[in-house]
Design a protein. Structure first.
Length: 481
């Protein structure tokens, strides 16, 4: 019996998306690529099933009744079968992924020749350099009938406002590279630019017409991968294969496209590229959960790009925009649009991210210092409020919800616009834990500073927080969180 740590289980393998020469990236047609992606996905799933059986990790599926109160629109994994639910692979990419998986499996002593067949034996391809097709700005796009053009315009406009990336809508196809938003079966896109002088498809099918989903698929086209496929995924997520619909286990393969493409950004549970907690579920139950406490309802929030998402695009596409660097505080970074200003994490303002939010009549004091006595924070009503909670350096904050009401929302996922976000980790650039509906919980911060963000479209939403300063009894274990 092979060690269970053989690839533990195949989902812990790295699949390398190598850099192909520019002319290799041009596919004959996208219909062929969809067929090829479906074929490769089927082969990968058979390999995964065999590895799970041999390694002793095969888990019998248990059929459970759907929880109607926990239903979230989950348009992932629908036909056509796609890689990781919404990624179209070119023939070269599919071949390279299969090569890498088979090589790792065979190195572990598992024979999969009966699955791939002799005629499908791996073809070793010679890779050369980093000559990938780069997007030229503005990126042309067309919106076909059946897709909400105004919504696509809005989603791309928001991306333009926060990055150096520019888009231009056209109303007929031309012999140039671009994006064609059309109503296909589900939501899907290629990863990166794939054609020299052809518009590539971005499917915005039924259930996909949200700002978050349109930005998600567009980010794929810009070269960004899923958050849950990051190389460091297992430090942040626990995967429950027993709840994954049979035939979809392969979608939890980790992908390492390029070690530098994350630009040292931290894992962001609220990323536009993070799937919801029930992705690929056979029974609407949990398939992945955050390892960090309190983040269960943050996965798949689908509210558009986060600070970390925007930073990733700016670092990749806009790194040479500013001839002279400026210093930004509180982990902000120089704006590629206005080089004299910084882009700040939520909760900070000003040219250099040194300013706290101004006091609002309906929000109260934005800065609260907690020392010996407990303090109470009352937040209520429609609108947005930001509060910085601080205690003595070397101590931590204990925050208890004694009253909590944020609706509407889902049992398994919050709506950002009606939620309380608590940034209790040390890194305030990542999305905080989102809370909604009726909560009763206690949070222990990882350092002496917490940012609380109230967002509400309803007048009766709000919370009462009891905050106290406590001794930091475990500084070492939390220093990197």
């Amino acid at each position: 019996m092979k060690n269970k740590n053989i690839i533990l289980l195949l989902i812990f393998l790295f699949v390398i998306f190598s850099s192909f020469q520019a002319n290799d990236l041009v596919s004959i047609n996208e219909e062929k690529d969809l067929e090829n992606t479906d074929k490769i996905s089927g082969i990968l799933e058979k390999i995964v099933q065999k590895v799970l059986r041999i390694s002793g990790g095969f888990i019998e599926k248990i059929t459970q009744k759907n929880n109607k109160n926990n239903k979230i629109n989950n348009n992932i994994g629908k036909k056509p079968r796609l890689f990781q639910g919404d990624v179209v692979l070119s023939s070269q990419e599919g071949e390279e992924i299969l090569n890498q998986v088979v090589e790792n499996v065979e190195n572990a002593g598992i024979d999969v020749s009966e699955i791939i067949g002799e005629t499908e034996r791996r073809k070793k391809r010679k890779m050369s350099g980093n000559m990938t097709l780069a997007w030229d700005f503005p990126i042309l796009y067309i919106v076909e009938e059946g897709v909400n053009g105004a919504l696509v315009d809005e989603a791309l406009k928001k991306m333009e406002e926060e990055t150096c990336i520019k888009f231009e809508r056209v109303y007929k196809l031309v012999a140039k590279a671009g994006l064609r938003f059309f109503k296909g079966t589900g939501c899907y896109s290629y990863i990166g630019r794939k054609f020299l002088d052809i518009f590539q498809d971005v499917s915005i099918g039924e259930g996909c017409e949200t700002i978050g989903t349109i930005q998600h698929e567009t980010m794929h086209a810009l070269g960004v991968y899923h958050e849950q496929a990051r190389a460091d995924r297992d430090k942040y997520l626990k995967i429950f294969l027993e709840n994954v619909e049979e035939g979809n286990e392969f979608n939890f393969l980790k992908v390492e496209p390029n070690s530098s493409f994350t630009y040292y950004t931290k894992y962001d549970y609220g990323s536009a590229m993070q799937y919801p907690s029930n992705a690929f579920s056979m029974n609407n139950s949990i398939t992945m959960l955050p390892i960090k406490p309190h983040y269960n309802k943050t996965l798949g929030v689908n509210s558009g790009m986060t600070f970390v998402d925007v930073k990733l695009l700016n670092k990749h596409y806009c790194k040479n925009n500013c001839p002279k660097e400026i210093k930004c505080e509180n982990k902000g970074y120089q704006s590629p649009i206005n080089c004299s200003r910084c882009i700040c994490p939520d909760g900070y303002f000003g040219d250099y991210c040194t300013e706290l939010p101004q006091k609002k009549s309906n929000c109260g004091d934005p800065y609260i210092e907690i020392t010996k006595r407990k303090k109470y924070l009352y937040i209520a009503g429609s609108g947005n409020c930001i509060h910085h909670l601080n205690t003595t350096l070397g101590k931590r904050l204990k925050i208890a919800f004694t009253f909590f009401n944020y609706y509407p929302g889902y049992e398994g996922r919050c709506k950002l616009e009606n939620s309380l976000e608590v940034k209790y980790l040390r890194d305030k650039t990542v999305t905080g834990a989102l809370f909604c509906l009726n909560e009763s919980t206690t949070i222990i911060s990882r350092n002496n500073h917490v940012i609380v963000l109230h967002r509400s479209t309803q007048t009766n939403n709000g919370a009462t927080l009891v905050i106290e300063s406590i001794e930091d009894s475990n500084t070492t274990s939390t220093k990197n969180n």
